[in-house]
Design a binder for this molecule. Structure first.
Ligand code: 5AD
Ligand code: SF4
Length: 457
C-alpha cells in the first residue's frame, strides 16, 4: 500500500474542482499550491487523479444539489492505471464542508476527508491519515486561528492574483448563509497585504484583485483601525499595473473610497456594488441597512468621480414577500443605473438563515416570470454599455486564445469587459498572454467587444 514518503506526495496526481465565488477559487489556488509543494502533480480531470478535492459552495441550493450528484457519480469512475492508491481519495472542502462536517460521510460514504473553510492548512495531514490509516476524518474549526496566507499558492494565471484582505462576514443579510460558514470578519494587517502585493509585483503580476465578502469594512478589528481606503492606496502604491477589489457592501462604501476612482490611476474603472433589490421594503427585510435612495446617491458620486465607470451588481428575485410592485422597483433600478453586468439569482431558501422562517407564498411560476423579465432589461443595459465603447481605444490585458475561435485572442478592458481581437502577424499567443495592448473597438455585442490591435510600432 502506498505511503506518502516523508510527508511527501511524489507519485500522486490530484484534481481540484471549484464551485462558487472568487474566494473559493482563491482557496483552490492555495490547495493546489500546497499539494504541489508536497510533490503531487495537478491534473485536469477526475479520471487522471488519485486525489480529488471539491471546493464547495452552499450559497444557493442548486450548488448543493450539483455537488452531491457529482460526488456520488464519481464512484463509477475507475482508478487511473498505475495509481499508487487502492482507492481514489475524495476530499470535500469549502462552505459545504464547513456546514455539514462529518455528517457528509453518512450521505457520501466514499468520501475520505472533509475540511472546513478555516482548515485549508490541515488538508495534507487529513489526506495522509486517510491514505495510510484508511480512516475518514473531518476538521471544521469555527473560527480561523490565523489568516491562511502563509500557505503557498499556485495562481490560475501567472499575471493575475487574488489577494484576500478580509475573511468572513459580520453582516448577516437575512437570506445569506455565508456568515455561518465563513465565520466572523477578520482583517489582515496592512503590512502583510502590502508585502504579498509587492511580492506579486516583483513576480510580474499585472493585476491584483483585493478580496473580501465586504472589503469596505476592512480594518475594524485591527489595531489603529486602518480603513479600506488606506489598504487600497497602499496596494496601489506598490505600482501594480491594474488594481481591482470585490465585494463592496453599499452601506460601508465611503466617499474616501469613491474618491480613489478619481485619483488612483491604477485603480480600474469598474465596481461591483450588489444592490440585491430596488425596493426599500425588501431591502429592510433583507437587513441590507441602506435605502434605494442612498444606493442611487452612491452611484451618482461614483459617476462624478469616474464618469466612465462600469458598474455591476447582484439581484435576488423572489425574496419572501416580494410583490409585483417591489419587483418593478428592482426592474426600474436596473434600468435607471445602466449596469454593465447584472448577476441575477432566484431566491434560494437556506436553512439556518432568518429568511428561511419568513412566509414565502409567491408561486414558482411568478418568480420565474419576474426572473425572465429581468433578463431583458439586464441584457439591454449590457448592450448599451458596450455600444458606448465602440470606436474607443482600450487597453486590454490578454488572457489567451478564444475557446471558440483559434487565432482570436481574448482579454479584459479596464472596465472588465471581455474583448476579442485577431492575433496580429508576428505575435504568438504566448507573446500577448499576460500583457496589455491597445485595441480599437470595432464591434459591440451584449457580452463582449471585438476590435483590432492598434499599430504595434
Ligand atoms: N438565494 C439567492 N441568492 C443568494 N445570494 C446570497 N444568498 C442567496 C440566497 N439564499 C446571492 C446574493 C449575493 C450573491 C453572491 O449571491 O445576491 O450577492
Ligand atoms: Fe452574505 Fe450579506 Fe455577508 Fe454578502 S454581506 S456575504 S450577502 S451576509
Amino acid at each position: 500500500m502506498f505511503k506518502p514518503t516523508n510527508g511527501g506526495y511524489m507519485d500522486l496526481t490530484f484534481h481540484v474542482q471549484t464551485f462558487g465565488c472568487q474566494m473559493n477559487k482563491h482557496d483552490s489556488e492555495r490547495v493546489t499550491g500546497m499539494l504541489e509543494g508536497l510533490g503531487a502533480l495537478a491534473v485536469d480531470t477526475i479520471e487522471e487523479a488519485d486525489v480529488v478535492v471539491f471546493m464547495t459552495c452552499c450559497v444557493r441550493e442548486a450548488a448543493d444539489v450539483r455537488l452531491m450528484g457529482q460526488v456520488s457519480s464519481m464512484k463509477n469512475i475507475p482508478l487511473r492505471p498505475g495509481s499508487p492508491l487502492g482507492k481514489r481519495m475524495v476530499a470535500i472542502g469549502g462552505c459545504i464542508g464547513q456546514r455539514d462536517g462529518e455528517k457528509l460521510f453518512d450521505e457520501l460514504p466514499h468520501v475520505d476527508v472533509v475540511f472546513g473553510t478555516n482548515n485549508l492548512a490541515s488538508l495534507p495531514s487529513l489526506l495522509e491519515k486517510a491514505i495510510t490509516d484508511h480512516v475518514q476524518s473531518a476538521e471544521t474549526l469555527e473560527e480561523s486561528l490565523a489568516f491562511p496566507t502563509d500557505l503557498p499558492t499556485t495562481r490560475e494565471h501567472s499575471w493575475a492574483a487574488w489577494l484576500p484582505i478580509t475573511i468572513g462576514c459580520n453582516n448577516f443579510c437575512t437570506y445569506c448563509i455565508v456568515p455561518y460558514v465563513r465565520g466572523r470578519e477578520k482583517s489582515r494587517p496592512i503590512e502583510d497585504v502590502v508585502a504579498e502585493a509587492s511580492r506579486y509585483v516583483a513576480d510580474g503580476v499585472k493585476e491584483i484583485t483585493l478580496l473580501g465578502q465586504n472589503v469596505n469594512s476592512y480594518g475594524r478589528d485591527l489595531y489603529g483601525k486602518p480603513r479600506f481606503a488606506d489598504v487600497l492606496q497602499a496596494v496601489a502604491d506598490t505600482g501594480v499595473e491594474r488594481l481591482r477589489f470585490a465585494t463592496s457592501h453599499p452601506k460601508d462604501l465611503t466617499d474616501e473610497v469613491i474618491s480613489k476612482f478619481a485619483t488612483v490611476e491604477n485603480l480600474m474603472p469598474a465596481l461591483h456594488l450588489p444592490a440585491q433589490s430596488g425596493s426599500n421594503a425588501i431591502l429592510k427585510a433583507m437587513h441590507r441597512v441602506y435605502t434605494v435612495e442612498h444606493y442611487l446617491e452612491l452611484i451618482a458620486k461614483l459617476r462624478d468621480a469616474c464618469p466612465g465607470i462600469a458598474l455591476s451588481t447582484d439581484i435576488i428575485v423572489g425574496f419572501p414577500g416580494e410583490t409585483e410592485e417591489d419587483f418593478m422597483d428592482t426592474y426600474r433600478l436596473i434600468e435607471q443605473v445602466g449596469y454593465s453586468q447584472v448577476f441575477t439569482f432566484i431566491y434560494s431558501k437556506r436553512e439556518g438563515t432568518p429568511a428561511a422562517t419568513y412566509e414565502d407564498n409567491t408561486p414558482r411560476e411568478v418568480i420565474q416570470d419576474r426572473f425572465d423579465r429581468l433578463r431583458t432589461v439586464v441584457e439591454q443595459g449590457a448592450y448599451d454599455f458596450n455600444q458606448a465603447q465602440a470606436g474607443r481605444v482600450v487597453s486590454v490585458l490578454f488572457e489567451g486564445t478564444s475557446k471558440k475561435e483559434p487565432g482570436i485572442v481574448t482579454g479584459r478592458s479596464p472596465e472588465n469587459t471581455t474583448v476579442h481581437a485577431p492575433l496580429p502577424d508576428g505575435l504568438s499567443v504566448q507573446d500577448v498572454s499576460g500583457s496589455v495592448f491597445d485595441v480599437k473597438i470595432e464591434q459591440a455585442r451584449t457580452w463582449y467587444l471585438r476590435g483590432e490591435f492598434c499599430s504595434l510600432g
